[in-house]
Design a protein around this ligand. Sequence first.
Ligand SMILES: Nc1ncnc2c1ncn2[C@@H]1O[C@H](COP(=O)(O)OP(=O)(O)OP(=O)(O)O)[C@@H](O)[C@H]1O
Length: 252
Amino acid sequence: MIEVRDLSHVFQTPRGAFQALAEVSLAIPRGDFVAIIGRSGAGKSTFLRTLNGLLTPSRGQVLVHGTDITRLPKRELQKYRRRVGFIFQQFNLVPRLSVLDNVLHGRLGYLPTWRGLLGLYTDHDYQIARREIARVDLASKETARVDTLSGGQQQRVAIARAMAQEPELILADEPAANLDPVLSEEVMRILKGFNETLGVTVVVNIHTLELARKYARRIVAFRRGRVVFDGAPEALGEDLVDEIYERKETWA
Ligand SMILES: Nc1ncnc2c1ncn2[C@@H]1O[C@H](COP(=O)(O)OP(=O)(O)OP(=O)(O)O)[C@@H](O)[C@H]1O
């Protein structure tokens, strides 16, 4: 269970202070599937980054099982991040390494640093990595270099790497932004599958409203750093969509 309380973040820029998040409060129960929507610059990535401690907010708390992760000592934060898979728009894989080596990286948080540096994974780590590669249907590509794969396949490798962490929570920041519509659906379907069959909590930033509506159990919409909608996809009406995306001049 994640409870976000009164979260605000101000970036200091050469042009002055910029408020990227303003008084965000919400709870994400275990097993939820949340799509975060909003215009470019609405604060979606900033929000996601506070959920895994990549960014320390100016104010507020992110309570995970009751512990505020925004103020954790580094070592404790690393321990927390072990169970949080992060999927990026740009995949963030090591291109010259194989699928298996990339997915094994998901196990690094469980190894002492020296073992990780030497790539001394255990048999258990290999078993988990292979299991996750099979789950995203890439068993036949295990030894292929990642830079020989298509974009959709690379994103599946990134998902397998996140799943190899045996995460409680998956955060995905525009995971489908670089993919065509068919592959975008595939990514959402895979995430939904893990959510439903394994109970992994998923929070995904997504530009495509249709995908959010189709796959998420819950939509949270940001506008200029504030939550302006939090509810079931069916409850999101067209007027509100116009407000979220600032389609009407009256909202400017
Ligand atoms: N490190 C930073 N320094 C200054 N301003 C920043 C920084 N990171 C983000 N911002 C600003 O904060 C606002 C929110 O950014 P954020 O990346 O969270 O938006 P977003 O909703 O994820 O947008 P997109 O959909 O384009 O990724 C933007 O105006 C952005 O320019």
